[in-house]
Design a protein around this ligand. Structure first.
Ligand SMILES: O=C(O)C(=O)C[C@]1(C(=O)O)C=C[C@@H](O)C=C1
Length: 93
């Protein structure tokens, strides 16, 4: 397949531009995934400390703050993103 086929562009110039931008997106996605893995690890430390102290894994009032933070920054889809992040960090509830 040519670059034009793979990108869906109709000119070589547009295909080159899209190929370069996709490389940047792939690099950004790698960084985002790394940050998510870091968030999962930090969240696990918090949950472990709370459970060891006799508390519960989940803290709903804090989760409301996290959801509000993402919604404020990203709008309604931000809430869905935050819910997915919370599920990654503490499992399904
Ligand atoms: O901040 C906490 O108390 C956490 O446990 C972290 C975290 C999170 O990943 O943001 C995870 C589980 C809790 O229900 C609330 C928030």
């Amino acid at each position: 397949m040519t670059a034009i086929d793979v990108t869906g562009a109709r000119t070589p110039e547009a295909a080159d531009m899209i190929t370069g931008a996709r490389e940047r997106i792939d690099a950004l996605d790698d960084r985002i995934i790394g940050l998510i893995q870091e968030r999962v690890a930090v969240s696990a430390v918090i949950q472990e400390a709370r459970i060891t102290s006799g508390g519960r894994r989940v803290n709903l009032s804090r989760e409301m703050d996290v959801l509000g933070h993402y919604r404020q920054a990203l709008g309604k889809p931000g809430t869905a993103l935050a819910m997915t992040l919370l599920e990654l960090c503490r499992g399904k509830i």
